[in-house]
Design a protein around this ligand. Sequence first.
Ligand SMILES: Nc1nc(=O)c2c([nH]1)NC[C@@H]1CN(c3ccc(C(=O)N[C@@H](CCC(=O)O)C(=O)O)cc3)C=[N+]21
Length: 304
Amino acid sequence: MTATRIDGKAIAAALREKIAVEGKKLIDETGVVPGIAVVIVGEDPASKVYVASKGKAANECHFKSVEHALPADTSEDTLLSLVGELNEDDSIHGILVQLPLPDHIDESKVLELIRPDKDVDGFHPINVGLLTAGAKDKAMVPCTPAGSLILAKRSLGDLSGKSAVVVGRSNIVGKPMAALLLAESCTVTIAHSRTKDLPSVVKAADIVVAAVGRPQMIKGDWIKDGACVIDVGINRIPAPERGEGKTRLVGDVDYDGAAEHAGFITPVPGGVGPMTIALLMANTLTSARRAAGLEDLDYAALLG
Ligand SMILES: Nc1nc(=O)c2c([nH]1)NC[C@@H]1CN(c3ccc(C(=O)N[C@@H](CCC(=O)O)C(=O)O)cc3)C=[N+]21
């Protein structure tokens, strides 16, 4: 079997176009301009790429977008007071503080200060609780899992009763992804570094979500024939074949090997990454619409 490549880049572009139309409508009809603030502390290279794409996407969607780039030695108090100001700013509907934060800053203190209704990352304990309690319609859902779910559903249709394995148990991807798949009535396994016989666990799954952060760790022959493979990993590895000192991006899955077994598979780059950014725009629009007293949009339905 040769897998169908899931074109996350194209699907994300189509979604951003729909969001742009809806953004324009909101502005014309209510005067509310969706606003997003991204706060970045220090110089993480991956985060810098992400901040740049986010600004571009926000412009495309007719949103207001502001970036606060703070030096790596910014104090916790300074960051907390900036978040406090953004909480009070009515022109800002979405606040995203880039992770990881420098070691001297208590990440949970910062995430817990962000107003839950402006928490477009979905990392605030209130949003985590709503999602876990099966009330995701009231929550802000984390962007990467939400984007991954759209890709899986577009490939497989109804996920009810399917077996899913999420490899990785992080708060930003693994745990919320498992909650979303459970809400779709999948039978969900969360695997991690202590899991015994990971290849067999993965082999049993109709849906594999790889979110471990280890380049090409998940091998082709671990994949069940016809499975849907969603690769969340974005790892930069040396690529001497491209010249001295060159690098390239790979996922957590051995793409070529897995494509021989899978029915559907996301590439890296061009898979989940662009969807993360599109869903960040979707969450910002949702927050702005809620502020204007409007009901939520169904973005998967909007995509058609
Ligand atoms: N609070 C917070 N929320 C985040 O969502 C968050 C964060 N902090 N910190 C950094 C990571 C990283 N991240 C990416 C999102 C999209 C791409 C993306 O679109 N990647 C392109 C490739 C980009 C390239 O070429 O380097 C792709 O996969 O096709 C990458 C990385 C979100 N993050």
